[in-house]
Design a protein around this ligand. Structure first.
Ligand code: HGY
Ligand code: MN
Ligand code: MN
Ligand code: MN
Length: 413
């Protein structure tokens, strides 16, 4: 029976407070976007923190921070725990951060309890989970899984800067990504502690959630071509107004997603090269995404939205090109591993709630190379990706304890 180990939540809080200072203070909330200056400063600090906790740590070609503590059987596939430390612009202080600081705390708990695992334990801070202006999410974990393909590296932002150039500018080596790839047999299990980012645990009065599956996502770009004319003289009935067509598309996303109980749809931006009020816009671009827990549901959302394109063009006398940029299928978590997490939560005196994740996570990529499971802790008022994001320190302590117990149980199986 292992000595009961408890996380030092005061230490967690000190580290969490420091990490919250490594942000772009020109933006609202807490902003540390992938490959930014703030991200580089935070990664340097986290690398030192990993090493200080006794991890043999390095940064790989994609910018993932990878720390290891060798087990007594170093040839056995490793156990991996971690999350991400980048944020959305104007985000909060817990999304991803709880999982990476919590994983480092688990390492300290193992050492304090003199527990030597059989398996090597790897702690990973995945680079750029949140995505970038090039529209690619889960950058670091896809690099590890070997699914960050050329198309992703060549994706460009509005200024034509590729993801590879963004990564190179942050000091990483996208041209050496093949070296960042782990082999599927390398790891035995991937476990991630994360805030729920939704209201389910709070509404159920549960402290611990165990994720059944992670949502599927399809992202799109709709380019609308209209006709540039004078905004004061062209009659409404003869205009070909790209911005009106784009606005119509935004409402279509909301209507289509709202009509399905389990679906969501979100538009990120509507942009035009001629933001003038006295000139009818000749072009507009709408970027957005649909999410669903089922692959069939996601396919139907895509089909419905695609079908509205022609109708809108007739209505607005425009011409539209709809591109589906990337689709992640819904990702079930590993049932055996999740059962171990449930057992660890119950052993810690919790009654875990199984739930679906409407947020995506690095577990989508890591599931391609290892059985994966996720532990959720409550988000106050279900809010996230905003400065109001909050999780109680007591819940963080519970989550770290369940992650610790899960690592012990996985190693013992
Ligand atoms: O997009 C997401 O759901 C995640 O928070 N990055
Ligand atoms: Mn996250
Ligand atoms: Mn997020
Ligand atoms: Mn994640």
């Amino acid at each position: 029976m292992t000595a009961p180990a408890t996380p030092e939540t005061e230490r967690f809080e000190r580290e969490w407070l420091h990490l919250a200072t490594l942000v772009d203070s020109d933006l609202p909330g807490w902003s540390r976007t992938g490959f930014s200056e703030e991200d580089r400063a935070a990664r340097a600090w986290l690398l030192a923190l990993m090493r200080d906790a006794g991890l043999d740590a390095y940064s790989d070609a994609a910018g993932n921070l990878i720390g290891s503590i060798e087990g007594t059987n170093p040839t056995a596939p490793a156990i991996v725990i971690g999350s991400h430390s980048d944020t959305v612009p104007g985000g909060g202080r817990f999304d991803g951060i709880v999982g990476i600081l919590g994983a480092i705390e688990v390492v300290r708990m193992l050492r304090a309890a003199n527990v030597r695992l059989r398996r090597t334990l790897r702690v990973v801070d995945f680079a750029n989970e949140e995505g970038n202006p090039q529209g690619v999410k889960l950058v670091g974990s896809r690099a590890i899984a070997g699914s960050l393909d050329r198309a992703a590296l060549e994706a460009v932002d509005a200024a034509g800067v590729t993801l590879a150039a963004l990564m190179t500018g942050a000091g990483h080596s996208p041209e050496l990504l093949s070296g960042a790839r782990w082999r599927p047999g390398d790891i035995d299990a991937y476990l991630e502690l994360h805030i729920e980012q939704g209201p389910v645990l709070t509404e159920a009065g549960a402290h611990i959630g165990v994720v059944t599956s992670i949502c599927g996502i399809s992202t799109f770009a709709l380019d609308v071509a209209g006709r540039r004319d004078h905004g004061g003289t062209m009659p409404m009935s003869t205009r070909s107004d790209a911005m009106c067509c784009a606005a119509d598309a935004v409402l279509s996303v909301q209507q289509i997603a709202s009509a399905r109980a389990e679906a969501v749809g979100t538009v990120g931006a509507v942009t035009t090269p001629s933001p003038l009020t006295n000139t009818i816009s000749e072009a507009a671009r709408v970027t957005g995404e649909f999410r669903s827990p089922s692959a069939a549901g996601l396919a139907e959302l895509r089909a419905e939205f695609s079908a509205t394109t022609a109708v809108r063009d007739r209505r607005h006398r425009t011409r539209s090109r709809l591109q589906w940029l990337h689709t992640d299928a819904p990702t079930p978590m590993d049932t055996g591993l999740s059962a171990i997490v449930v057992g660890a939560a119950e052993a810690a005196g919790e009654r875990p709630l199984r739930l679906y994740s409407g947020a995506t996570h690095d577990g989508v990529a890591m599931s391609e190379i290892a059985p994966s499971a996720m532990i959720f802790i409550p988000s106050r008022d279900g809010r996230s990706h905003c400065p109001e994001e909050w999780t109680e320190l007591a819940d963080i302590g519970r989550g770290i304890s369940v992650l610790y117990g899960s690592v012990i149980a996985v190693d013992a199986r």
